[in-house]
Design a protein. Structure first.
Length: 670
């Protein structure tokens, strides 16, 4: 049985005492010397890092040879776990993918307890093959194990089939993560001297554009394949239509002959010819026999011509140089070969395909069958209409339909594949089927961001065509900020607002709502006349509110702007969004609500909805509370407990805020 966990009030010294170490050595995964070594590592770590000391509960688990490793831990704590693991002082680590990526920590056995993980949208996706192989690849230590073991456990929703799919799928290709941001957009425009065409050339040099071109080449290859298939389908259909038209014409001719003279042997011949056309097995046998008789006719004809040439004293073109040819043939030999060649010619003429060609020519000479004329013209493009049908034409059509698995459907369906559309048009459409999908998405996204930057006065158009821009002071500030959404951060600091009236729809909406609550039409006439007045006044109000904040409160305000919302934060929140904020800080965040609505309106108008660089706007009062407490001098344990976050998550938030505050110092003023 496992030992009880360390009590909440048990001191670290009690956990690391000799008695506790003996109990861990008896019941845990480590022997006594290894337990003592772990205790020394923990003591040394806590002596060097008293502010983030290993807790008694964590130390108790480490003595048992068990540890955890995940993104929510402090980096120093994860480093200690990695050190112990590599030293074989930790035998079992419960970890996320963080232990498998980029860390030299091989193990004898890897156990994958789940084949799916939650994505950003809150749904569960199967593990990617590359990520799974990265985790499984940790099994087996070089120089220590002959082989490693990976155990995959089945879950409630993932079993054998899902595991098989992950193991047999190909590794996902490298995909560019390049996405233009507001900062990048400003800097590209500035580097190009304000010209968008220069910025576009710079975007074309990105890996994302290279990847797009590679994808485009693959699409072109698939398009050429589709075009070839369309051409083949057309050939198949034309041949099938010709045979169907020929069969119909033969049956009509047989019916007409039977009406005139019922006992005429020609009627039976026509009916037999017509009956061969829909029979696939018969046609296959006829195609083979026709190829044989044609080959025999050609061979015997060549032999006859050689004998005749030798009789007349001409040089045999087939004879080898330097060797005497055979003696001159005698007259009986020539006559015998002439008879053989004539027999082969007669056999070819008696073949069903020759009879079908002769019947088709007779029908065409009478000019009665327009469908047969049309089908023949489609099969023989560029051949004169009066050119007779050859047995080889029939053989080609038969062989084509025999190679087409859809022949039965082609001869019975009502509408042809072409539906009256020329072949050249259908081939072109097949080749360009995906053309509309092939576009430079990175450049298109950058243009959307440029439009938003123009609305907020960060870029100023220098001509009516808007192919050149000047970078304003606000634009310089956006370009100097290294954050996910530099434009929203600048808006949140009162440094940018809608200078183009692009959010006028928001004003109209709010006035319409107000009209229901206030019968006295006492609207601000100046704001109604000037759509730029409200955004400017809101920015001034925000600036005034920010000037009243203390340094710690200003840090909290920045935290609210740059911290992404936690998953499930709304359900876990113990109180209202503004709980724990000072009055001044609450006013500053309240002053941001309307600019946030305008930002979303401008983003929709620019077509930038769904673009990660324009995501947000973030407004997290909860993060502001914890950062203010830290900036005001609160202790780590106190702030961590009040935040309800994992230590690693809180540290990342503090680092992000500190980084942004350092950047804000360098911003220009208007």
């Amino acid at each position: 049985a496992s030992p009880p966990p360390a009590a909440a009030d048990e001191s670290l010294e009690a956990v690391l005492s000799p008695a506790s170490q003996s109990r861990a050595a008896a019941l845990g995964l480590l022997d006594a010397p290894a337990v003592a070594a772990v205790a020394e590592h923990v003591r040394a770590f806590n002596d060097d890092n008293p502010e983030i000391a290993i807790s008694p509960a964590s130390a108790s688990r480490l003595l048992m040879g068990v540890a955890a490793h995940h993104a929510g831990m402090l980096a120093a704590h994860k480093a200690l776990v990695e050190t112990l693991f590599r030293a074989r002082l930790t035998r079992a680590v419960f970890a996320t993918e963080t232990l498998a990526a980029g860390i030299n920590a091989p193990a004898r056995t890897t156990v994958v307890t789940s084949l799916a993980k939650r994505n950003d949208a809150g749904n569960h996706d199967l593990l990617p093959t590359g990520g799974f192989l990265q985790m499984a690849g940790r099994a087996g230590r070089r120089g220590m194990d002959e082989q490693g073991t990976c155990v995959i456990t089945a879950g409630d929703f993932e079993g054998y089939e899902e595991a098989h799919a992950i193991l047999t799928n190909g590794v996902e290709p490298i995909v560019s993560q390049f996405a233009p941001s507001f900062s990048l957009s400003v800097n590209l425009v500035a580097r190009g001297g304000g010209r968008l065409d220069v910025a576009q050339e710079l975007v074309k040099k990105s890996f994302a554009t290279y990847e797009r071109r590679r994808t485009e080449a693959e699409r072109e290859r698939r398009g050429r394949g589709r075009a070839r298939r369309v051409e083949q389908d057309f050939r198949n259909e034309r041949c099938a239509r010709l045979l169907a038209a020929l069969r119909a014409a033969l049956r009509d001719r047989a019916a007409e002959a039977a009406a005139v003279e019922p006992g005429d042997p020609a009627v039976a011949d026509l009916e037999r010819l017509a009956a061969t056309l829909p029979d696939r097995r018969t046609l296959a046998a006829l195609a083979v026999s026709h190829a044989e008789v044609v080959a025999r006719r050609e061979t015997e004809g060549v032999l006859l011509r050689r004998l005749l040439a030798a009789t007349e004293g001409e040089e045999d073109p087939v004879a080898l140089v330097g060797f005497d040819g055979p003696p001159a043939p005698t007259a009986p030999e020539v006559e015998r070969q002439r008879a053989v060649a004539a027999g082969a010619e007669d056999e070819a003429d008696r073949h069903v395909f020759s009879k079908l060609a002769a019947a088709a020519n007779e029908i065409l000479r009478d000019g009665e069958e327009t469908d047969l004329h049309a089908a023949l013209a489609a099969v023989r493009p560029g051949v004169a209409e009066e050119e007779p049908v050859a047995p080889e034409d029939v053989a080609l059509c038969v062989q084509t339909v025999l190679n087409d698995d859809t022949w039965g459907r082609r001869t019975s369906r009502g509408a042809p594949l072409s539906r009256g559309v020329p072949l050249s048009q259908m081939v072109a459409e097949a080749a360009e089927e995906e053309e509309e999908d092939v576009e430079d998405e990175a450049w298109t996204d950058l243009l959307r961001l440029v439009r938003m930057l123009e609305v907020y006065g960060c870029l100023s158009p220098e001509n009516d065509t808007r192919d050149a821009f000047g970078v304003t002071v606000a634009g310089d500030n956006v370009g100097s900020l290294s954050v996910d959404n530099a434009l929203w951060l600048l808006i949140g600091l009162g440094g940018a607002w809608d200078v183009a009236g692009a959010s006028a729809n928001y004003d109209a909406f709010t006035r319409a709502l107000a009209s229901y609550d206030d019968d006295d039409e006492d609207d601000d006439d100046d704001d109604n006349a000037d759509p730029l007045a409200s955004p400017r006044r809101e920015a001034d109000d925000l600036t005034s509110a920010l000037l009243s904040l203390s340094p710690a409160e200003m840090a909290g305000h920045v935290a609210a702007l740059v911290t992404e919302p936690r998953k499930g934060a709304a359900a876990d929140s113990p109180g209202p969004p503004m709980a724990g904020l000072s009055l001044a800080q609450g006013r500053a965040l309240q002053a941001l609500l309307t600019p946030a609505e305008r930002y979303q309106e401008v983003r929709r108008a620019a077509g930038a909805d769904g673009m990660p660089p324009a995501a947000g706007p973030n407004l997290e009062p909860e993060a502001a509370v914890h950062v203010v407490a830290w900036a005001a001098g609160g202790g780590w344990d106190e702030v961590l407990e009040g935040s309800g976050r994992e230590p690693g998550d809180l540290v990342r938030t503090l680092h992000r805020v500190l980084d942004v505050l350092k950047q804000i110092v360098a911003l220009k003023t208007r």
